[in-house]
Each structure stands twice: as C-alpha cells, then as structure tokens.
Design a binder for this molecule. Structure first.
Ligand code: GLV
Ligand code: MN
Ligand code: MN
Length: 442
C-alpha cells in the first residue's frame, strides 16, 4: 500500500496516522543518483582535508567557497534565492502557492569534518527539486532547499544557530554579536564573506520541514536498517569551564602545595566519563576541548579552559547530570584551592518530531521496500529548530561503523540514493498534504 493513497492503514505503528493524500504523480519517480553523487564529490573538493573529509568552519573563507558553489547550483535550477540577516540561504522552486515544503541542512563542517554531514541533506534537497522539475511535476506548493548558518557550533556557539534564529528563538542582533573561539565577531565574519543578507528573520514559516541526514552513529548499520525515521533529538547541554590555579615550578613545588589547573581538568574529564557509564542508556558526555596555560612541560598549569558536552533524550536525567557536575565542580575547587567558573554555551531541551511526519517517512520507506527503524537522533540538527514552528521530521541513512565528525565518515551510495528517494517522496506527499484537515483524520 502506498503512502500516497487515501485512508492508508498502517500495521507497524500502534497509533496509526493516516495522511489523506491523493496524488496524480508518477509514484515510480526517482532521483538521479549520478547527479547527486557528482554534486557531493564537487562540494567535497571545496576545502578538502587528508582522508577525504572537509574543513569548512562556519563563516570562514572556506565556508564562503562552499556557499558560492551551492548557490550557483541553486541559480542553475532557476530557484528564487534569498539570503537572510543571519546568512541562511534558501532556494525556492516557485511552483504552486502558499508556504513551501522545506528541506535542508548545513554545509559548514567541524575542523575534521566528513563530506556527508549536512552536505548530503542540502544536495539531496537540490536533487529532489531538479527531479521534480525534470519530470514537469505540478505541485500544489513550492519546494525550498536551505543551508543554515553555523549548524556545527564548532566555531560559534550555539550550534544550529542559523535555524534557531530562523525559527525566531534567538534575536538576530544577539546572534550577530556572538564571538568565535578565534575571537572573531559573527556579524563581522558574515559581512566579510558577503552573506549578510537582508531577508528578515524570523523567516517564512514552512508548510512542513523534513531533513535528510546521515545517522552519524552505529545503530542502523549494526541492526541492518536502511532508513531511520527520526522521532526526535536528544537534549544538549554545553558548558565552558575555566579553572584558575597557580603556575609554579614543576620540579620544586611539593604535590600538596599545588593549585594545578591541568589536574583538575583531568579529574573533571574522568568524572564525566564515569557519570555517563553510571547513568547508561542514552547518557553521553564529552570533553572535546582542553586548553592549558602556559602549556609548558615544566610549569604547573595556571589555567585550564575546557568544554563539556552532555546529552540525554530525557530532560530530567539531563538536569540531574548537570546538577551532579555542578556539585563536583564545587568539590574540586575546594580540594585543590582553585577558582572554577562556568559559562553555559548551549542548552536545548529534547525535541519530539511531528508524529505525522515520522509516520510518513516510515510509510514511504515501507512502500519502497526499504527497512526502517524509528529512532532518536544523538546529534543536533536544524530540523529540531524548525520543529518549533512547523510540522518537522528527519530521515536517516546508515553511517559506516558509525563514524562522523571525522574525515573517514562514509555512507554507501545505495543508502545515500535510498534516503534521497525517501526525501523526494516525502516532500511530494507533504506538498499535497493539508495538516489542518488531517487533524481530524489522525
Ligand atoms: C552537531 O553536529 C552536534 O554537535 O550534534
Ligand atoms: Mn549535521
Ligand atoms: Mn556535524
């Protein structure tokens, strides 16, 4: 049975959600795999790193080159392009009328980024639009593809910044004043690369948003699934911790008299690891960045600056973890007689996606004979911000060995193509779908 038929009955969900969608389109329509793979390869040529990945930290000259390339492709497809005041770029295929069905993701990367994280979702969105254009589809609504500014948060915190501002959850003025890890002001960097657009934020509220992404974790591959129908995104808490001790001579200072910032950073790092193991389940904790001062072999460290990344799908458990960490920081400060200050960089509650969009992704995958698993996302994504304003969801495809934020990130072509086809069918279905009338049908 097709997801596009009226009165669909689902046998695989306890709470079936029917989408009263009647389509007159060719249900066998598929994306052009070669074109998608060529664009992925071309974008991966922009600022490559050893091992096949990319370094395009947000709003750097490298990010600009990637943006320019994707904007050229949008132009070639005849899309209406807007650049908003936080630098999000939206290409819209003006067909039908009303609010667009939007897809998209990001093309900024972490310093050791893979070629698929974010890029895949953006380029698959372009491919969906080109496929529909080539087939002369007449859709009732426009289709948009977006790349959002600074999804990674690796240079400017918070992550998902562009989509956060797009959704109206942060004022653009506040975002423009954020300072990068290298000291640059976001608004200045945006102007330098020429992406300080004029389209206002918050942006147009889409009819629906669906983002295609690699899983970035090991589950789909390990369990033999091709598609993930993403149920939501876990809560994210980032803090910067600064430990102020006292620099002193490494050879002469008795151990009992030290105020060693490096030692306290190490103890905090171990505490996070052990906390995550103790909590189990969805609890993860990471210390991804430690800077020491003066960072010399024979000097007790005077200062340590480190970041804590703590995530859980359950907000109550996440809050408990945050409280335990805060309490332990007090103990450490008193034991070593150091001063410890903390600054919250990110705090996002867990997000639950729209059940109708989750069901749609599941049903399209089933209909396409693709194995599908409902699962939460461990990584943050722009879709979690769009979920604040419109029905939103995500599609995952497997990551080989679950490796991501690493140049070795890899997804098999067949899976990339399968995911893009599910995105195609999802966007077409959503373009035909009236959420208001569906409320009574679900
Ligand atoms: C974004 O990639 C994140 O940190 O989840
Ligand atoms: Mn991503
Ligand atoms: Mn990422």
């Amino acid at each position: 049975m097709s997801a596009f038929d009226l009165n669909i009955s689902y046998t695989y969900r306890v709470q079936p959600v029917s989408l009263p969608v009647a389509l007159s389109v060719n249900k066998t329509l598929t994306i052009n795999a070669d074109r998608l793979m060529r664009r992925l390869a071309d974008l991966a040529e922009v600022s490559p790193i050893d091992g096949g990945g990319n370094c395009r930290l947000a709003l750097t000259a490298q990010d600009k080159l990637g943006r320019d390339l994707v904007m050229n492709w949008m132009t070639e497809l005849g899309l209406s392009i807007t650049v908003d005041t936080i630098g999000n770029v939206i290409g819209t295929w003006d067909t039908g009328s009303g609010a667009p069905v939007m897809t998209g993701s990001h093309i900024d990367t972490v310093r050791t980024g893979g070629r698929f994280d974010g890029n895949y979702g953006v380029l698959a969105g372009l491919e969906v639009i080109e496929t529909c254009q080539t087939a002369n589809l007449e859709l009732p609504r426009p289709l948009s593809v977006t790349f959002f500014t600074n999804e990674e948060g690796a240079r400017f915190a918070p992550d998902m910044l562009g989509s956060l501002v797009y959704a109206g959850a942060m004022q653009v003025e506040e975002a423009l004043d954020i300072v990068a890890i290298d000291g640059a002001r976001l608004g200045d960097e945006l102007r330098t690369i020429g992406y300080d657009g004029s389209t206002p934020c918050p942006g147009v509220v889409p009819h629906a948003f669906v983002e295609l992404h690699i899983e970035q974790g090991p589950i789909l591959e390990a369990e033999g699934f091709v598609i993930g129908a993403v149920t939501g995104v876990q809560g994210i808490s980032w803090q910067e911790v600064v430990i102020e001790g006292q620099s002193n001579h490494a050879g002469t200072t008795p151990m009992a008299l030290r105020h060693d910032a490096a030692y306290i950073a190490a103890r905090l790092t171990v505490f996070l690891r052990e906390l995550a193991l103790r909590y189990g389940q969805h609890q993860v904790c990471t210390v991804g960045k430690i800077d020491l001062f003066p960072n010399l072999v024979n000097v007790v460290a005077a200062r340590a600056t480190l970041t804590l990344d703590v995530r859980n799908t359950d907000n109550t458990v996440l809050q408990k973890a945050e409280q335990e960490i805060a309490d332990f920081i007090k103990v450490l400060a008193s034991q070593e007689e150091v001063t410890i200050s903390t600054r919250q960089l990110v705090r996002f509650d867990p997000v639950i996606f729209d059940d109708r969009v989750i069901s749609l992704v599941e049903s399209i995958a089933h209909d396409s004979k693709l194995s599908v698993k409902t699962m939460p996302s461990g990584a943050g994504h722009d879709a979690q911000m769009l979920a604040r304003v419109c029905p939103s969801g995500m599609i995952f495809v497997p990551s080989v060995k679950g490796i991501s934020h690493n140049a070795a990130e890899f997804t098999h072509t067949a899976d990339l193509v399968a995911g893009a086809n599910v995105l195609l069918q999802s966007m077409i279905a959503l373009a035909h779908h009236d959420f208001n009338s569906q409320a009574s049908a679900s």
